[in-house]
Design a protein around this ligand. Structure first.
Ligand code: CMP
Length: 131
């Protein structure tokens, strides 16, 4: 069994989609091992997304992630990283495959409802960042 980090982002939290997304996660065979709702500080958002600090959208990303509460989850499943990325769909919600979480609950490339780790190595780092 492998783990990945999932975040239900402020846009989806504000829309009241948290329980629908948690249900989608569990219906797709993931176990939610740990979870908590937090309102990210600017320091946390900047630290978590440090790999994007030189990207033009970094300021917008930090502003978005600190705008409201997020729900952070440690998920467990065989091939958790790729399974969760498949369930989320493409980063840009307007291009995400129908039925995926980002297609159902997100808006665009910035407000895309959820985050997922992109490798086992980053999953470990991201899980220990929040838990
Ligand atoms: P996430 O999977 O959390 O990883 C980085 C985040 O940056 C991404 O989801 C989006 O929310 C955001 N992002 C990525 N590309 C862009 C972009 N071109 N413009 C604005 N936000 C972006």
């Amino acid at each position: 069994m492998k783990n990945t980090l999932a975040i239900i982002k402020p846009d989806a939290m504000q829309k009241g989609s948290k329980e629908d997304i948690r249900k989608d996660i569990m219906d797709n065979g993931f176990k939610i091992v740990e979870e908590k709702t937090i309102h990210m500080s600017e320091e946390q958002a900047q630290g978590f997304y440090d790999i994007h600090k030189d990207k033009p959208f970094f300021g917008e990303l930090v502003e978005f992630m600190t705008s409201y509460k997020s729900h952070i989850m440690k998920l467990e499943k065989e091939n958790a990283v790729s399974e969760w990325r498949n369930l989320m769909g493409a980063t840009d919600s307007t291009k995400a495959e129908p039925g995926t979480i980002r297609a159902k609950y997100g808006t665009d490339i910035s407000m895309n409802a959820t985050h997922g780790s992109d490798s086992d190595e980053n999953a470990e780092k991201e899980i220990s960042f929040f838990f």
